[in-house]
Design a protein around this ligand. Structure first.
Ligand code: FPP
Length: 225
């Protein structure tokens, strides 16, 4: 059976979920946050060590202002509510992405939360915020150039946001859309990809377990036969 340490998720379909219920896209995002909380719990139950969640991309700034504002409010609520729980339950929070342009208060809250949970070992939640894979790669090359380091696989990996984190064995994208949307392009080189028809707020423990079980039985050959 395949070992499993790291699951990455593109949590797609919140907007459609809200509209389908004759409510707003933001209503869907609120429901999506509940699924985030559930999936964190189930990941711990399944002894997963790293869970990477795509919460806001470098391209999401193109969305209407009210939706962006709402997503940031949800993020703030999530941190306020969860950080004590993360601390207590041995969960580490790590931000991947560029949060330098976030408002000062939120940025401080996020970096403080990272510091408070730094030594936690049960599960590491990597929250991708203002994250874009192409930018992450350009940033890594620039860092190498600045440090006058050789461009090679090891050095590139050391300068990604994901430095020190094993590549995901599984990527899940909900919402019945089959694309990577500039997410972890380097890290997903040999990842098993699962496209899920359900919209993110509907994704549940059974769906997650089915994917984990299917993955465990998949023959992974990494270019070998
Ligand atoms: C994609 O669905 C989802 C997002 C861009 C945001 C994800 C946010 C959450 C799950 C809630 C907040 C989470 C945290 C951790 C604070 P979409 O809006 O593109 O859906 P659509 O494809 O139906 O339009």
């Amino acid at each position: 059976m395949n070992s499993l340490q790291h699951v990455a998720i593109i949590m797609d379909g919140n907007g459609r979920w809200g509209i389908k219920r004759k409510k707003s896209r933001n209503f869907g995002h609120k429901a999506g946050l509940k699924t985030v909380e559930k999936i964190i719990k189930i990941s711990i139950k399944n002894k997963i060590k790293y869970l990477t969640l795509f919460a806001f991309s470098t391209e999401n700034w193109k969305r209407p202002k009210n939706e962006i504002k709402f997503l940031f409010k949800l993020l703030d609520t999530f941190i306020n509510k969860k950080i004590v729980e993360f601390k207590k339950n041995n969960i580490r929070l790590k931000i991947i992405g560029d949060i330098n342009n976030f408002n000062h208060k939120l940025k401080k809250k996020l970096t403080d939360s990272e510091k408070i949970t730094l030594k936690n070992k049960k599960l590491q939640v990597n929250l991708a915020l203002n994250y874009g894979s192409k930018y992450e790669l350009v940033r890594a090359f620039k860092l190498l150039n600045k440090k006058k380091f050789k461009v090679n696989i090891k050095n590139i990996e050391k300068n990604l946001y994901s430095s020190g984190i094993p590549d995901p064995e599984i990527l899940i994208r909900t919402g019945n859309t089959h694309r990577l949307s500039n997410f972890l392009l380097w890290q997903l080189a040999y990842t098993e990809i699962f496209f899920e028809k359900k919209l993110w707020p509907d994704f549940n423990e059974k769906d997650y377990s089915q994917i984990l079980n299917k993955y465990k039985k998949t023959k992974r050959n990494f270019g070998n036969i």
